[in-house]
Ligand binder design. Structure first.
Ligand SMILES: Nc1nc2c(ncn2[C@@H]2O[C@H](COP(=O)(O)OP(=O)(O)O)[C@@H](O)[C@H]2O)c(=O)[nH]1
Ligand SMILES: [Mg+2]
Length: 199
């Protein structure tokens, strides 16, 4: 399927967010969980900067993507939330940016959110905290497990059960490295940006 994708802007807060009416899907997760790699894998080229060292970006990066005949949308790479949502300066920056970002949802902007969790580490407190915060936002939302290529067959089954019981919904496992699960993920992304999508 033909995909066009381009980097549009980096924003530190309200003044910097794009002002058009495109739907958006925000990628949320701990530093290093694989947000930027996943955006690159979804669009089939290197747009987002990835890093083995966690925690570099404090900006929201907007990528405009159009796939096949579907409407254009933004994939938004939010900063990693580190190991706690609250406390140090990086966490405060994240909280402010996230609050300003998601405030647009209450103002009628179609924003879906994908929580990325490392499929090797189901049920981390910081991920569960993030999930309860995201659910309260009321945006259409989904949870996915990253880096499934690193799991054994036995771990896949066991970690899937653990993730689904923690997050109380299906948690598809994906890999930016092998492409596993990306076709399904595109379907989820399209659902999350439909104005009437159920969360
Ligand atoms: N094996 C494997 N490594 C991955 C995958 N996705 C990301 N990584 C690695 O994990 C590290 C962090 O990835 P990055 O996308 O920068 O994470 P971000 O901080 O959440 O944006 C990098 O070293 C990536 O190469 C994956 O699906 N499989
Ligand atoms: Mg990143």
């Amino acid at each position: 399927m033909k995909i066009s994708a381009e980097f549009v802007t980096s924003a530190a807060g309200t003044e910097g967010f794009p002002r058009d009416r495109l739907g958006e899907v925000a990628f949320v997760g701990r530093s290093n969980v694989g947000k930027s790699s996943l955006i690159n894998a979804l669009v089939g080229r290197t747009l987002a900067r990835t890093s083995a060292a966690p925690g570099k970006t404090r900006l929201a990066n907007f990528y405009r993507v159009q796939r096949g005949a579907a409407p254009a949308l933004y994939l938004v790479d939010l900063p990693g939330y580190g190991y706690a949502r609250g406390g140090d300066a990086a966490a405060r920056d994240f909280n402010r940016l996230a609050d300003e970002y998601f405030a647009r949802s209450a103002e009628g902007k179609a924003i879906g959110v994908l929580l990325l969790v490392d499929s090797r580490h189901p049920g981390l407190d910081s991920d569960l905290d993030a999930w309860s915060w995201l659910k309260d936002l009321g945006c259409p939302s989904g949870v996915i497990g990253t880096k499934v290529d690193k799991l054994t067959r036995a771990e896949r089954a066991r970690h899937t059960r653990a993730l689904e019981s923690s997050f109380e919904r299906p948690v598809p496992l994906i890999s930016a490295a092998t492409g596993e699960g990306l076709e399904e993920l595109w379907k989820l992304i399209v659902r999350l940006t439909k104005p009437t999508a159920a969360s």
